[in-house]
Write a protein that binds this ligand. Structure first.
Ligand SMILES: Cc1ncc(COP(=O)(O)O)c(C=O)c1O
Length: 359
């Protein structure tokens, strides 16, 4: 066993698991790197730690510094963890599309939260508005350090030094080599860092970027999308296209239904960008002669009231393919000591027998 001197020591070295049932009609050649094993439950802990540590090393932070960043939520959570350990106050600028669960986590982690909102189009991406706010606040507030995940080279560098290297170590230690790696794209930090390291190791490994349909990182028409974290309407400086072989788009419908399937068939609870990456990999894996790795950016706990809510999906017009997320069966025990009738019916519910399965 290892003793970690603080929680930051547990960032990175996330596991890789085989995907079994989802792809079993094809070959069992799909693997997933689970970034929700990081302490803030997402890939973004890696960049938060590297950006702040490097800024400290460069003398850009002092005891009066305030950390200020725009985030769809996960970078804010990572930065809040790093800020608490290192003792800086921090301000996180989210927008109204940020899931409530992420807001609650930011609060619990002691961040000061600013939420940008508008009465306009429901699913319009507000990233650029958030960045505008940060740029104005930076000029007005004193002692502010803006990590700027969209441009700071220490974001992709975290993935070059660690995530990419971990994938190489996995291949060398297990003998399981990947022909293609599917990576979700937002700021570009993850894909740019991993692709640079992987192409140095073996340029024949395909790097495939995945963005929401409606995002314009790989061209195409701008439109609304519900996947939180990936995608943008502008091309961040940290998105380096040089080592990306292919950019593909995935609809909310396909991404969210794949989240449901990952949970129900593999027991892997993840967010929408992970569903998007996995959908794309399963769609393309027969065209790729060899093993495929999906980097899954975050866990599903932050989306229980959205992606994992039939009601929310239906309100948003997403067709739910597997509407079998179970109800809670309430047993009122007032005046009741014999539960046998309830228990007998429960059997029908568990086995999904429609004649006997109503409680
Ligand atoms: C859940 C989720 N998936 C994917 C991404 C995209 O990762 P990157 O910004 O490194 O391109 C993000 C970024 O915020 C995210 O939060």
């Amino acid at each position: 066993m290892i003793l970690y001197n603080d929680i930051l020591g547990t960032v990175g070295n996330t596991p890789i698991v085989r995907i079994n049932k989802l792809a079993d009609h094809k070959r069992k050649n799909i693997f997933a790197k689970l970034e929700f094993f990081n302490p803030g439950k997402s890939v973004k802990d890696r960049i938060a730690l590297n950006i702040i540590s490097e800024a400290e090393a460069e003398g850009k932070l002092n005891k009066d510094s305030i950390i200020l960043e725009s985030s769809s939520g996960n970078t804010g959570i990572g930065l809040s963890i790093v800020s608490r350990v290192k003792g800086y106050p921090n301000i996180i600028v989210v927008d109204k599309n940020c899931p409530n669960e992420k807001i609650k986590l930011l609060k619990a982690l002691g961040a000061t939260i600013v939420m940008i909102t508008t009465e306009k189009n429901d699913s319009e991406d507000l990233t650029e508005r958030r960045i505008e706010f940060v740029n104005q606040a930076r000029d007005i507030l004193d002692h502010v350090f803006v990590p700027n995940q969209y441009e700071n080279p220490n974001a992709p560098l975290a993935h070059y030094k660690h995530t990419g290297q971990e994938i190489i170590n996995f291949m060398e230690e297990t003998g399981i080599y990947f022909k293609a790696i599917f990576i979700s794209v937002g700021t570009g930090g993850t894909i740019s860092g991993i692709s640079k390291r992987i192409k140095e190791f073996d340029p024949s490994i395909q790097i495939i970027g995945v963005e929401p349909l409606g995002s314009t990182l790989f061209g195409g028409e701008k439109g609304p999308y519900l996947q939180q974290g990936p995608g943008n309407y502008f091309q961040p400086k940290n998105l380096i296209y040089h080592d990306i072989d292919l950019g593909i788009k995935v609809s909310d419908q396909d991404a969210f239904n794949m989240c449901r399937r990952l949970a129900l068939q593999e027991g892997i609870l993840v967010g929408g960008s992970s569903g998007g990456v996995m959908h794309s990999a399963i769609d393309m894996c027969n065209e790729i002669a060899g093993n495929v790795l999906c980097v899954l950016p975050d866990g599903g706990e932050k989306y229980l009231d959205s992606i994992y809510s039939d009601k929310w999906l239906m309100e948003k017009g997403v067709v739910v393919e597997q509407q079998n997320i179970n109800d809670v069966h309430i047993l009122n025990i007032d005046g009741l000591t014999d539960y046998s009738e309830f228990i007998r019916k429960l059997r029908g519910v568990v086995l999904k027998d429609e004649d006997q399965g109503t409680l």
